[in-house]
Design a protein around this ligand. Structure first.
Ligand SMILES: [Cu+2]
Length: 424
């Protein structure tokens, strides 16, 4: 007799990557010996005290999470529903380090095991060397010294595309999509990778090293230890490396930004998105201009890998503000203020209204007010991922808001952060 578990969201190879969001699952008995009595089983973590990923279970949604779950399984193989999620505070540190064990309640016999990964975006300064090196390797492969698919991401973020992404309400949703697109590309190379964040209001001495994101020489040319996958980083067809000169002591100081606590209060007494998005200036803009070099200018920022870690933190701050204030309901103007689409009453520039599709994933180019877009649309439609059920190929601004499906379980984008969970 065995127990077979099926979890929604398995990839083509059958591997499963979960976050803090509960996923529907089923379990059924196979090869049960003829008796009509159902079999009681217990689902649990195989290594409940390990450093790696841990799982929690629920009978129903919504429902209380449990470290173990007892279920009664019919011997005719009828599947029983349950839900699994990563246990908050216990993300994986490597692929498949979270192991579910199914044991028969009466005998203690192990009927089956299943390995998965609780895949969570983490603070770059606190990664294990394994996590760091897998991220750097995947990123370097995606760039392939300036000739790889990363070129599209570099080209999406330039002066002539800036109006799509900056200066209005869509700043945060556009960059959320941009990062998620990049992360999904990295996960095609190594599914155990997530984008780490640079928590720019704290010192990050483990990030600004030659073994990680590099450290400049006196001319502002970033240097790496031999063997760092970023060692031969090149963009725009030029093997000039990375120019980046911090104006702060990266070993002991944060960037010139307001604190996370102050950022999370930017929404004012009513916690309005329209006010919170002032964070595009400080801390976001000030994090960029805490350096000289390419990261300080919109047109060249994406040439520096650090830019992406900076923006993951910007996204984390928005997500954390959403979590603190329950700002996931797109029908609530405090969550996002523009209800219409470009050209409609009360609408702002195309690409920043709730119902507008976002460039470049909509593949729309060229002028034509009110729908002016850049002349090129690098990279194609938005990539799908087995680990999320959204967005579709041409995401709207609104599709980026309820990123874990708090209001709409069909809008699970498939990422989470290590320091809070919107599901809690
Ligand atoms: Cu930025």
């Amino acid at each position: 007799m065995r127990a077979e578990i099926t979890i929604d969201g398995a990839d083509g190879a059958g591997a499963i990557y979960i976050t803090w969001a509960p996923l529907h699952s089923t379990i059924s008995l196979v090869e049960a010996s003829g008796g009509a009595d159902p079999v009681d089983v217990v689902l649990r973590n195989q290594n409940p005290s390990s450093e790696g990923g841990q799982i929690v279970f629920r009978n129903v949604m919504p429902g209380a999470e449990q470290d173990t779950l007892q279920l009664r399984l019919p011997t005719d193989g009828t599947p029983i529903d349950f839900f699994i999620a990563g246990k908050f505070g216990h993300p994986s540190v490597e692929d498949k380090d979270a192991v579910i064990e199914v044991v028969e309640a009466n005998t203690g016999a192990v009927l089956s095991t299943m390995s998965l990964m609780v895949r969570i975006r983490k603070n770059a300064d606190a990664l294990t060397t394994g996590e760091r090196d897998r991220f750097l390797s995947a990123f370097a492969i995606l760039n392939n010294q300036g000739t790889g698919r990363f070129r599209d991401f570099r080209d999406m973020h330039r002066d002539d595309t800036s109006l799509e992404a900056h200066g209005r309400a869509g700043f945060l949703p556009w960059h959320r999509a941009y990062l998620l697109d990049l992360e999904r590309e990295l996960q095609l190379i190594d599914p155990s990778v997530t984008l780490p964040y640079w928590k720019f209001d704290e010192p990050a001495p483990n990030l600004f090293t030659r073994a990680f994101i590099g450290d400049p020489n006196r001319l502002g040319r970033v240097r790496f230890v031999p063997g760092n996958p970023l060692e031969f980083w090149a963009t725009d067809g030029v093997v000039a490396g990375i120019e980046r000169s911090p104006f702060f002591d990266t070993d002991t100081s944060p960037a010139f930004v307001i604190s996370e606590e102050a950022t999370l209060l930017l929404g004012g007494p009513q916690n309005l998105y329209a006010e919170f998005r002032d964070m595009e200036g400080d801390p976001h803009g000030f994090a960029h201009t805490s350096f000289g070099g390419s990261i300080s200018q919109i047109d060249t920022a994406a040439k520096d890998p650090l830019f992406f870690l900076l923006h993951v933190n910007v996204d984390r701050l928005w997500a954390k503000w959403q979590w603190l204030n329950r700002r996931f309901d797109t029908a609530d103007p405090a969550t996002y203020p523009f209800l219409g689409s470009a050209g409609g009453p009360g609408a702002t520039r195309v690409g920043h209204n709730l119902l507008d599709t976002m460039w470049p994933w909509n593949q729309v180019t060229g002028s034509g007010s009110p729908n002016d877009r850049p002349n090129t649309a690098p990279g194609g439609n938005f990539p799908t991922s087995p680990s999320g059920n959204a967005p579709d190929l041409t995401p709207t601004v609104g599709d980026m808001i309820d990123y874990q499906g708090v209001f709409d379980v069909g809008n699970r984008l498939g990422f989470d952060y290590d320091d809070f969970s919107p599901i809690l």
